[in-house]
Design a protein around this ligand. Structure first.
Ligand SMILES: NC(=O)c1ccc[n+]([C@@H]2O[C@H](COP(=O)([O-])OP(=O)(O)OC[C@H]3O[C@@H](n4cnc5c(N)ncnc54)[C@H](OP(=O)(O)O)[C@@H]3O)[C@@H](O)[C@H]2O)c1
Length: 293
């Protein structure tokens, strides 16, 4: 059986990360005290779960996101869930405003991070949007999915490259990373023959196509950033599909899609397991990143 020309058997495992065989989970993650992480869009979904696990492992976690109230609620919730854990075992959670629809906001967010931190171990480019209809644009006039999911994160990575590079000099080889969130829609809904270049300037009305273009671009961007800067900076930039989980992103789906999916999809924490592997596992190498694996 195939979907969009792709055999279902080859993509099936991408829908959810391994339930019982994930190599790094909240139960065995190594202590992360002293390390600094950024999670864009950490106020909900997979990014929220990731922020929670990193915090419980002792990391300093900066949530860069657009809605301050949502991040504050998320931080209160995580801290509340661990109120009985000895303070020394926990890390800390911080908010920096970032609106990926506006490249000026990206510049301000990077500047405000660099004004307070001299270290950044892993940048998780997690924030994203999907299936936004009616072709709205970013402040700089880019198609929304491409602008938010990909271009703004490229700028964020480039602006943070100095602090990532400085961190790579004092940490183990290949451990400083930029982790990008792609999607199974790269396989399922990519246009035949690859990205239709004219659509970059004149986006289609097909939101799936716009989303899949943005997530294909994410994959190219991660590999290209590794190719261009990886060996010189020591910063490993990789993309992967966190899997498919019921999160806020799905609330915009029609009920006949949302409810059946809800019934069989796993908790977003399993997407976090994929992120943890991408950000922390010794199995991930610069060579993989450069090859776009
Ligand atoms: N869930 C899935 O099934 C699935 C599958 C494959 C890939 N992914 C990818 O995984 C990532 C996380 O997905 P999710 O489902 O966990 O997402 P989610 O629950 O919808 O959360 C998205 C986060 O991104 C933030 N955000 C959205 N637009 C932003 C902007 N313009 N500037 C800054 N922050 C913004 C949101 O902030 P607010 O609080 O303001 O809303 C929220 O914190 C996304 O890149 C998504 O494409 C998800």
């Amino acid at each position: 059986m195939s979907v969009g020309g792709v055999a279902l058997s080859t993509i099936w495992t991408q829908f959810s990360s391994p339930k019982n065989s994930a190599s790094i989970t909240e139960h065995n993650i190594a202590p992360q005290a002293g390390k600094v992480f950024i999670v864009t869009g950490g106020s909900s979904g997979i990014g929220f779960e990731l922020s929670r696990v990193l915090y419980t492992a002792g990391a300093k976690v900066y949530i860069l996101s657009r809605t301050k109230a949502n991040v504050e609620t998320a931080i209160r919730k995580i801290e509340g869930q661990h109120a009985t854990v000895p303070r020394d075992n926990l890390g800390s959670l911080h908010f920096i405003h970032l609106d990926l629809e506006d490249l000026e906001s990206v510049q301000k967010a990077a500047a405000s991070f660099e004004a307070t931190e001299k270290r950044l171990d892993v940048l998780y480019c997690n924030a994203g949007l999907a299936a936004v209809p009616d072709g709205p644009k970013t402040k700089q006039g880019l198609e929304l999915h491409l602008g938010v999911n990909c271009v703004a994160h490229v700028l964020l990575e480039k602006l943070l490259l100095p602090v990532l590079t400085a961190t790579a000099k004092i940490t183990p080889f290949d451990s400083v990373r930029v982790v990008w969130a792609s999607s199974v829609l790269v396989e399922l809904a990519s246009p035949k023959g690859g990205i239709n270049i004219p659509e970059l300037n004149k986006p289609s009305n097909n939101t799936n196509s716009n989303y899949s273009i943005s997530k294909t671009a994410v994959w190219f961007a991660a590999a290209e950033l590794s190719k261009r800067y990886g060996k010189e900076t020591g910063v490993v930039s990789i993309a992967g599909n966190p899997g498919t989980y019921v999160t806020n992103a799905w609330r915009i789906a029609p009920a006949y899609i949302y409810y059946p999916f809800r019934a069989f999809m796993r908790h977003p924490k399993f997407g976090t397991y994929t992120y943890l592997w991408m950000g922390l596992s010794g199995e991930v190498t610069m060579e993989d990143a450069i090859q776009g694996r």
